[in-house]
Write a protein that binds this ligand. Structure first.
Ligand code: UDP
Length: 328
């Protein structure tokens, strides 16, 4: 039986971990990636097709070749800072690209769609519990582009019978404990890999973006979730759709927030090394606090995160970092 799943962004950080999880679960992940932010040597678990999301003819060809039973859509530009300065790239690549993909999926009658959205769609909301019913007010073009794709999926559900599971991620961290795949962005902008690079001496220092936020230690608070737990939820989401349970939105976070300073302290204790850092101004577009307020993924999907303790995430990321996989 055909168990092909089209994984856009399968050469990227989360997509490559998803391909491994799909393969282990008995599916064949077919990676579709333009290699702008992904890496071909991260495609280890199934076939690779290079292409742009906006290239509808290429998408049609790939759907015809593999006849996938579902789409997992990870491919996106995802840097908040960059999104603030280049919104056009975000609307073009993320929104226009996703629209082409969704249209191609519907044309190919591939109607089960798992989408990687983000807690950035909620925006900066003080004293609000962030669950799946919370109104979405993104503060940056990255979050806005993801919210727009959620809207497109909703409209294609009403008009064309698309079924979707939308995952709104909190902060994804860690790496495959076997270190077969891991996180590598160029340039890197995320807190934990930057911190580990500073600890390893691969960069001078980490700059803490703002210590004047209204939080106990003045730094931003995030809810970190292990990439392996996150992709396990995607396999459950795929099975949810295949069981005919219909469209659903799930937050993916642990419900526990850590400040930037707390992440620094944990990194120091995991690596037993000093964390070279200084303090800089706030980064435009950053929210004060993003912590999931929902257990829906646990209660409905049966998701049980097993590696999302902060020290485990940092230890797995550190192991990956020490492989020197992408060191030039
Ligand atoms: N951060 C920081 N210095 C950096 C990178 C990030 O202080 O060099 C902070 C950032 O302001 C945010 C948190 O770390 O509060 C997580 O940022 P990241 O870019 O990892 O994820 P985001 O929350 O933007 O998706």
């Amino acid at each position: 039986m055909n168990k092909n799943v089209l994984v856009t962004g399968g050469a990227g950080y989360i997509g490559s971990h998803a391909c491994k999880a799909l393969k282990i679960a008995g599916y064949t992940p077919v990676t579709y990636d333009n290699l702008v932010t992904g890496w071909q040597d991260a495609v280890k678990f199934g076939p690779f097709e290079q292409g742009e999301l906006t290239d509808r003819a290429r998408l049609d060809e790939v759907f015809a070749t593999y006849q996938p039973i579902a789409v997992m859509h990870f491919a996106a530009l995802s840097q908040v800072g960059e999104a603030m300065h280049q919104p056009g790239r975000y609307w073009h690549n993320n929104v226009a690209g996703s629209l082409a993909l969704i249209e191609a999926a519907v044309a190919a009658e591939c109607l089960d769609f798992v989408f990687s959205s983000t807690c950035a769609t909620y925006g900066d909301q003080d004293n609000v519990v962030l669950d799946e019913n919370t109104a979405q007010y993104p503060t940056n073009s990255y979050g806005a582009s993801k919210r727009a794709i959620e809207d497109i999926l909703r409209d294609f559900e009403s008009a064309h019978g698309l079924r979707k599971v939308i995952f709104r991620y909190f902060n994804v961290a860690g790496a495959d404990p076997d270190a077969e795949v891991g996180e590598f962005h160029q340039p890197e902008t995320h807190l934990i890999p930057l911190m580990l690079q500073a600890i390893a001496g691969k960069r001078d220092k980490l700059t803490v973006f703002g210590t004047d936020y209204p939080t106990p230690d003045g730094t931003c608070i995030r809810d970190y979730v292990h990439v392996c737990d996150l992709v396990d939820a995607h396999v459950l989401g795929l099975e949810w759709l295949k069981d005919g349970k219909g469209s659903r939105v799930f937050n993916l976070g642990t419900g526990h927030g850590f400040s930037v300073r707390e992440v620094i302290d944990h990194s120091r204790s995991v690596t037993n090394r000093d964390v070279p850092h200084d303090v800089g101004p706030r980064r435009a577009g950053d929210c004060t606090k993003l912590v999931s307020g929902s257990m829906r993924a646990e209660t409905e999907l049966g998701w049980t995160p097993t590696r999302s303790k902060l020290h485990t995430m940092i230890a797995d990321a550190w192991r990956w970092q020490q492989t020197g996989h992408y060191d030039k």
